[in-house]
Design a protein around this ligand. Structure first.
Ligand code: ZN
Length: 189
């Protein structure tokens, strides 16, 4: 059975976001072995359109109910993340951490799958990562700070984890409404 079928393979689509409670969010996603499959390439296009439409910093395939190891990193500053760096939206196939610093940073995260909640999440400050491009080329690179955080958040989705699982205490969870006040203070000159 194909894991993903698009009724309009030549058209990109904005896909529905699976929310916490949907079983797919807690599954371990399957490795990709068929990068050149046209359906997989269509899925990547759909993920790129969907993350842009949702103003996400990234997205993982399980978030659109496809349990396969694909993530998109697409950070750019917006009202939800005014301090984000800008990076050309990038699809990563079978992404993995090959090294992570012992130094951790705590910062705010949200998630399209967990609407209305923000959490202060510890992440490795610097990481080395390996993935394949959508053309099937293997790459290794290093990220730190915000990009390292987004990568770790998205790869967690491939292992059935969400940021709520990473907070040190539930007291580090706030509503979106309260978080806006935190960000407004942080962005004052
Ligand atoms: Zn997420």
């Amino acid at each position: 059975m194909p894991l993903y079928t698009s009724p309009h393979s030549s058209m990109t689509r904005i896909l529905e976001i699976a929310q916490l409670g949907a079983p797919v969010i807690r599954e371990r996603a399957a490795e990709i072995t068929d990068i050149h499959d046209p359906q997989l390439q269509t899925l990547i296009d759909d993920l790129l359109v969907t993350v842009a439409d949702e103003h996400g910093m990234g997205i993982a395939a399980p978030q659109v109910s496809v349990s396969r190891r694909i993530i998109i990193l697409a950070p750019k500053p917006n009202a939800r993340y005014p301090y984000a760096p800008t990076m050309e939206p990038t699809a990563m196939i079978n992404p993995e951490l090959t090294w992570s610093s012992s130094e951790m940073d705590k910062d705010w995260e949200g998630c399209l799958t967990v609407p209305g909640i923000r959490g202060l999440v510890p992440r490795h400050r610097t990481i080395r990562v390996r993935y394949q491009t959508r053309e099937g080329v293997g790459l290794e690179t290093e990220y730190d700070g915000f990009l390292a955080r987004v990568f770790q958040h998205e790869v967690d989705h491939l292992d059935g984890l969400v940021f709520l699982d990473r907070v040190e205490t539930t007291h580090d969870l706030v509503t979106e409404h309260e978080w806006q006040k935190v960000i407004a203070q942080r962005c004052q000159p």
